[in-house]
Write a protein that binds this ligand. Structure first.
Ligand code: CMX
Length: 438
């Protein structure tokens, strides 16, 4: 729909003058100092990226274009009263910077429905991969296989002027987002339901259709997936999936390449795979203890054992946050609203009581509080989506909204190829004024 594209163009163009002014007249403004610890601890805290879609505050959590998650639950359009916000609305907000009307959201839903057809070769590629390969392997490979369809790549090869790159990137981004629920559901049904696939229903919203195609088609699951897609959509620009998508895109790789790379990053256990790890860790605990209703004392001992083994407690800690992740809290509230007495959710809540003081007492873990992944698996599990090895794929479908919106901004702003400077150990030793002891 040209309407959304035009609105994006108008709103993003307003920033172009600022961007040009910043680069031309204020390029020498110093943004801060970088110390050795920041570089050697994963570039934490270095302001190095321009990302419009969302901003993370260590002590408050994520804000999308200025709106916190509870505010978005209030303000974004919903399918029905009392339901959860539609991810289409969040996408609109990230792209345009304004809360959409219900009509805007329906426009996006319809646009995505018309683009949702997945080419047969993507299914063939999935089917050629061993069924027991990781779902994220199948997901990222299928995304990569669709690069064949990239209109950006074709336009680039045809020599289109760079000022129009954003337009072709927008087209690829919209098409790719539209196709992801079908790809994800296909992988889900292939692995866990004997390839018994469910055709899409184009009258449903993006997340509702995903619930439908996965075969978990109740109103509550639709609402859960709408919420899930909103809360996982973006976490400013520096996290591994967002940064990777941006970095690969900076080489003018198309959206399929860039997003597939971002998804491979999301698949790591310190990032999106943590949602499965949480479930595995709890399963191991209940198996070892011989009960699915462990006491706080038992949980505490298990956490200590995990730390002694030199493993991480999955779902806890964060590279930026220094509080309980609001995405955790929102899911906890969803459980309180809809679910009565689920043993796994009780255990997740008990871990939340027990883990923070133990993690804090180590003296080295900077954030002892739970992140988004600590809760999500238990909610999905409650509604019968018990296949935890699939959970990171759901995270990936959601993450497309933020990182692909950012990719359109990147091409709109004409951001250049990313190329930070690297140094040898000798250089760092010289800077520190010390000699090698090796
Ligand atoms: N359990 C045990 N140790 C932990 C820990 C946890 N949950 N969180 C941090 N630590 C450790 C680190 O491994 C590090 O140890 P070393 O000094 O021995 O290397 C030390 O505490 C300091 O780490 P930090 O500065 O507090 O945390 P980082 O920024 O390096 O890492 C994160 C952040 C999320 C990778 C880390 O907290 C972690 O591994 N958590 C568990 C995995 C997880 O839940 N990841 C999901 C994050 C959200 C997401 O992206 O989806």
């Amino acid at each position: 729909m040209e309407y959304i594209k035009n609105r994006f163009y108008e709103s993003a163009m307003k920033n172009m003058t600022d961007l040009q002014k910043l680069r031309k007249d204020h390029g020498d403004v110093v943004l801060g100092q970088v110390n050795i610890d920041q570089v050697l601890s994963g570039m934490k805290g270095i302001p190095a990226l321009l990302t419009e879609t969302s901003k993370l505050d260590a002590n408050e959590g994520i804000r999308f274009r200025g709106y916190s998650l509870p505010e978005l639950q209030q303000k974004l359009p919903k399918m029905d009263d009392g339901g959860e916000p539609l991810p289409e609305g969040l996408f609109y907000l990230m792209m345009i910077g304004e809360i959409p009307t219900k009509e805007d959201v329906i426009n996006i839903s319809k646009d995505w429905a018309t683009r949702a057809h997945v080419p047969q070769h993507a299914f063939d590629v999935i089917d050629a991969i061993p069924k027991n390969s990781r779902p994220m392997t199948q997901f990222s490979t299928a995304i990569l296989s669709m690069a064949y369809d990239s209109v950006f790549m074709k336009a680039y090869r045809a020599g289109v002027n760079k000022k129009f790159y954003w337009d072709f990137m927008y087209e690829d981004v919209m098409t790719l987002i539209a196709r992801l629920p079908r790809i994800a559901a296909y992988i889900y049904r292939r692995i866990y339901h004997n390839g018994n696939h469910i055709e899409p229903n184009p009258t449903l919203d993006w997340a509702g259709n995903l619930a439908h195609m996965m075969g978990h088609d109740s109103n509550e699951v639709r609402n859960l997936l709408r919420l899930y897609m909103v809360i996982h959509a973006d976490h400013e620009g520096g996290n591994v999936s967002a940064h990777t998508t941006h970095l690969v895109g900076s080489a003018l790789s198309n959206a399929y390449y860039a997003f597939a790379a971002g998804m491979v990053g999301l698949a790591g256990p310190l990032h999106g795979y943590a949602n499965q790890e949480v479930m595995d860790w709890i399963s191991e605990m209940t198996l070892q203890l011989g009960t699915d209703e462990p006491s706080d004392a038992q949980i505490g001992k298990y956490i200590e054992q995990t730390l002694i083994q030199g493993r991480v407690v999955p779902g806890y800690g964060h590279a930026v946050l220094r509080i309980t992740d609001p995405r955790f809290t929102v899911q906890q509230q969803f459980a309180e609203k809809y679910i009565v007495n689920d043993k796994l959710i009780n255990t997740v809540n008990a871990i939340y009581r027990v883990a923070p003081p133990i993690l804090e007492a180590t003296g080295k873990i900077k954030n002892p509080w739970p992140n988004v992944d600590a809760f999500s698996g238990s909610l999905l599990n409650h509604y019968g989506i018990t296949e935890s090895s699939f959970y990171t794929v759901l995270f990936g479908v959601s993450r497309s909204l933020g990182v692909l919106a950012s990719l359109v901004f990147d091409r709109m702003y004409g951001l250049p190829i990313e190329r930070p400077n690297s140094q040898t150990m000798e250089w760092f030793l010289n800077k520190a004024g010390i000699q090698s002891e090796g």
